[in-house]
Ligand binder design. Structure first.
Ligand SMILES: Cc1ncc(COP(=O)(O)O)c(C=O)c1O
Length: 432
């Protein structure tokens, strides 16, 4: 049997209608931004493999550090035990996180990092004997796939089958341009009840909801309001963390700090599954007690896996090198230049950028849903050109590894222009 035949026989792929989807691409090798399939075709990974990869694939320095760690200590239970990579990484993270973040709690993916953040906020008030149970989230949010993370995610058609089992969450519109005041006043009305435990948000860029963007000033107002009413703020930096938005964290653009932060994806440079939820001393202190029942009862088998921590430490070193900052700035500048050049194209409904993320919303006659038919057309259009872009409905975005070169970026931009032109000509053909 070929690899694809065996894949078909044994494997179930994520976010895939297995009956109708085209065969998956068998990738056998990767280096830098390039993925190579078993026939030797190469693709630029312009979405950093679901937003995780920041220094390029198969990075020799990260591989070496993980290998060395493997020979030393591959894994050990993290309850009652500790180890050097976890402690070193926690120290490193606390030194680069917003100043108020003082403690690091480990887990192994973005959804669990979010789940932990919500549980921390709820138990914070429980331990203090305060009855605050409401959670507030943005309408278009996406925070992951576990039940807690789905509950705080927006009203996604993806999760309809589980609707009856999700816990109730109060929603407000994200403060996108034109909706700032509605968002602010709805939040205020909910906070006035005195029952709000936490407000969770993706800072500045809302990823899976369609790469929606809003300003730091608007988020600052919302955080200030929450703090005025004694509610916790949870920043989900799972996608935005580690320079995606041009600063180490999107929260670095803010005047007001969150109480809890969730991170994953870029944490290990996209090499191994690891995540962290950080919090302030005040949050941690609410669990500090002679009463064993006030402890935080959460922990995964692979919590603080030493290999993941070693990859993260190596990635952190690369991230802090000057060349990485230069690359992030180069990508942001190139995106801006491209955006300015194609603004006003008749196929573009909206185009927006934050740091290394550029999103283009295509004009479409039908609804702008995840299931928009334009999505598949665009996906295969780009794959045929040797580019991995994974549209969210009619929104395409570039979110590349930071090692991408200018000429590789230009290849992506050129293909996008071609796609935009072909939408115009196919619309013209339909009308004719
Ligand atoms: C903002 C945000 N939070 C959480 C998650 C969930 O992360 P994971 O897929 O690692 O569970 C995602 C995934 O895309 C995300 O974008």
């Amino acid at each position: 049997m070929t690899l694809l035949e065996k894949d078909k026989k044994y494997v179930w792929h994520p976010y895939t209608q297995m009956k109708t989807a085209a065969e998956p691409l068998p990738i056998v090798k990767a280096e830098g931004v390039w993925l190579t399939d078993e026939d030797g075709n190469r693709y630029i990974d312009a979405i950093a493999s679901w937003w995780v990869n920041i220094h390029g694939h198969a990075h020799p320095y990260i591989a070496q550090r993980v290998y060395e760690q493997f020979l030393q200590l591959e894994h050990v239970i993290f309850a009652g035990f500790t180890h050097p990579p976890a402690v070193e990484l926690a120290e490193k993270l606390v030194s680069i996180l917003p100043e108020g973040q003082k403690k690091i709690f480990y887990s192994d993916n973005g959804s669990t990092a979010v789940e932990i953040g919500i549980k921390m906020a709820l138990q914070y008030f429980y331990n203090k004997g305060e009855s605050r149970k409401k959670i507030i989230a943005f309408d278009e949010a996406f925070h992951g796939e576990t039940f807690g993370a789905m509950s705080v995610s927006g009203d996604h058609e993806l999760f309809t089958a589980f609707e009856d089992h999700l816990f109730s969450v109060d929603r407000i519109p994200a403060p996108l341009p034109g909706r700032e005041e509605i968002a602010y006043h709805q939040l205020e009305a909910l906070l006035e009840t005195g029952e709000v435990a936490a407000f969770i948000f993706e800072p500045l860029v809302m990823g899976a909801g369609g790469m929606l963007m809003y300003t730091p000033e608007q988020l600052d107002r919302l955080i200030a309001l929450c703090h005025q009413y004694g509610a916790m703020c949870i920043a989900d930096e799972v996608m935005t963390g580690f320079y995606r938005t041009g600063k180490v964290f999107a929260c670095d653009y803010l005047e007001n700090e969150p109480d809890i932060m969730a991170m994953s994806k870029g944490l290990t440079g996209g090499n191994l599954p690891l995540s962290v939820t950080s919090c302030t001393q005040e949050v941690f202190d609410a669990f500090w007690s002679d009463d064993k029942k006030k402890a935080f009862f959460h922990g995964h088998s692979y919590t603080a896996n030493p290999l993941g921590c070693a990859a993260a430490l190596a990635s952190m070193e690369l991230l802090q090198a000057e060349t990485c900052a230069d690359q992030v700035n180069m990508i942001a500048a190139q995106h801006t230049a491209f955006m300015n050049g194609i603004q006003g194209h008749p196929s573009i409904k909206d185009i927006r950028q934050t740091g290394t993320i550029l999103a283009i919303e295509f004009q479409t006659g039908s609804t702008t849903s995840y299931f928009n038919e334009m999505r598949d057309k665009l996906y295969y259009f780009f794959l045929d050109k040797g580019l991995l872009l994974r549209p969210l409905g009619n929104v395409i975005y570039i979110l590349p590894p930071y090692c991408i070169k200018e000429k590789e970026l230009n290849r992506v931009y050129n293909a996008i222009e071609e796609a935009l032109d072909s939408v115009v000509s196919s619309n013209a053909a339909t009308k004719a």
